[in-house]
Write a protein that binds this ligand. Sequence first.
Ligand SMILES: Cc1cc2nc3c(=O)[nH]c(=O)nc-3n(C[C@H](O)[C@H](O)[C@H](O)COP(=O)(O)OP(=O)(O)OC[C@H]3O[C@@H](n4cnc5c(N)ncnc54)[C@H](O)[C@@H]3O)c2cc1C
Length: 736
Amino acid sequence: MNFDLTDDQEMMRDMFARFLDEHSSMARVRAAAPTGFDSALWQGLAELGALSIRVPEEAGGLGLGLFDATILMEEAGRTLASGPLAEALVAARLLAQLGGEATADLLGRVLAGDAVASFAFEDVADTPVQWIGGGLVAEAVLARSDNDIILVTVPAEARKAEDNLASTPIAEIDLSAHPRTVLASGAEALATFAAGIEEWKLLIAAGLAGIGREALKLAAAYACERKQFDQYIGQFQAISHPLADILCEIDGGKFLVWKAIRDLADGAPETGGAISIAAWWNANSAAKAVAQSLHTFGGYGLTTEYDIFLYNLRAKAWPLIGGDPQRWLDEAGRRLYAAEAAALPDAGPMPVDFDLGEAAQTIKDEINAFFAANVTPEMRATFHYSWEGYNPELNRKLAAQNLLYLGLPKDVGGRGLSAYEKTAAMDAFEEQGYNNPAANVTQMVSLIIHRFGTDELKQAVLPEIMRGEVICSLGYSEPGSGSDVFAAQCRATQEADGSWRIDGTKMFTSGANLSTYVLMLCRTNPDVAKHKGLTMFIVPLKADGVTVQPVHTFQDERTNITFYDGVRIPDSWRLGEIDGGVRTMSASLELEHGGGFAKYQRKMLQAGEALCRELIHRGKPLIEDGGAQARLARTAANLWASELITYRAQWVMSEKKPNHAYGPMAKMFSSEKFLSDARDLLDLTAPASLSKRKGPAEEINMFYRHAQGSTIYGGTSEVHRSMIAEKGLGLPRTRA
Ligand SMILES: Cc1cc2nc3c(=O)[nH]c(=O)nc-3n(C[C@H](O)[C@H](O)[C@H](O)COP(=O)(O)OP(=O)(O)OC[C@H]3O[C@@H](n4cnc5c(N)ncnc54)[C@H](O)[C@@H]3O)c2cc1C
């Protein structure tokens, strides 16, 4: 797994960033506005080699990879570079690939920044008059004409300036009216040209990620300085939460570009769909980012004094030269679900890597072998996606094979797997249909006991936990405090002999009917600020004075309300300092905020696809309907983005990189997408999806109910959005 650029790429990015900060300042962008082309900037980019980036070395270029080009494009987007950069990069590469000697002189002038070349999206034989990106300044336009790839030389007088939305140098040109040269003909040439258009989609997508991220940065800075009602506007969640949502979308979009390039490099079968999705996603996410960012500025966002409107307009102008972005989602649907072929560009070297590694495959294989050898059909019949699927016999067997506490360090008695191996293991359990929250919670509690518990407590409880004989629950939430977890009122009072007496009620104590211990957050000092008077304990659930009452949810999941009436525990069962519970609790909450829901999203998508293949709509399988294909593709996009955002959280933790709320981003984003897609697939496959009949319909139905909970337990989406706004965007804190 790697989310880092190489050192050379870092240097290249810094070089372009410095250059563009100076030569594509907002003053320069405004100055270039009438034509949208800054010739001095263009010359400077040529001198830095930017225009040659995708041209092979033998043709006089730098011969760098597609990923390198997206690094440049992201910077160009961030600074709104005035010129048709994506079009020019593609045209230069195509000239080198298809033009040969005949266009060597033109290519030389293009790379030197003395001439601009662009390309046409549509077949000239069908559509002679077309809008051309950079058409105002491009003396040469590459195009397809039936079976040929042609070069049209457009005289200056035919390139008419057109007042347009974002002052970009677009022009509508009659490509049949000017001299043309046939560069190449036949299937291979057509495929090379089509691959150039695919490359353009990724370049534009990267540029849009840069535009969107910078717009968010401008909005966040403004939200930290503008006050209304005596508060910074960033303190209003109506301002901060949408920005937090969009931050996830923008990061997800950038990772989708990276995924498409990774897929290209790997020759993955889904590559064509991944390219279309990257283009569609970034067109949408950038549009949302600039609109919400402009809104953050209130009326000032509309004034031309502020720069945000420039971002707003470019975020539309850059992708729309390629047509309606919705068509890229439709195209993704056809590519993923109707086997439509795509011509693919060459990726070149790709340092970013989402592979969980060989060891991850080994643990998957081990888990699959364990299930094959140990799990009977009767056991399988009891599997459930909640605590209700807890099976004591299986739990012990898993413990005996050291397959129960996979992420727990070896010195605590666990398997000590890396985050990546653990992710792979969780996927394998999910594929087996054995979703085991009991093991995850018990693992977390064990770690807290190990970190904060006394030797006496460790000796009393850890061995039986490690043998898989007992499990633990979490007792944080109360009837009066959920999100505001530190407002807990359940009392722990120290007696004269040093022992503790617990009195109170905990709500949503999932698994308490099955567990032996609960990790409890209790109030030990009611006379100080709420964060300062809390202490954590391990409380035996079989002790006198504990009552467990079921609470049933519409997810078919039982949770509990637990009552504690004069329950006595020794002081040695305290975790951490008296009144120091916030520290202990923060450590345990941190353990909860990192995972995502991609593994459920994948299962749900599989069920959705299976059902679309089964159901008949207007006499044909539903999967053959373009609308259904697009909706499945959107679910795939959300799944991929969720997975990559989650991988990033695991990667920064594993590599000890700076972490800007990446765990909360993974949890919030993936659960929200899980929910919106669950809703959509339920609709798409209705009315069959209403049934709880065994098979994919039942699964969709179950995922719909299950997804609702994912946005609530482990901290609600609102609480996570606040964390993302604070740590990811630097906005002020909104909770007391
Ligand atoms: C199936 C299930 C299992 C669970 N298992 C456990 C468990 O094992 N142990 C345990 O301790 N807890 C558990 N929980 C509890 C869970 O952590 C809480 O439900 C959650 O933290 C929200 O608390 P609440 O339900 O009291 O809602 P509240 O906190 O009352 O929230 C109500 C609404 O107000 C919003 N809200 C609250 N504060 C803010 C804020 N500052 N800004 C914006 N909006 C806000 C919330 O987002 C939510 O939409 C479980 C919950 C469920 C549903």
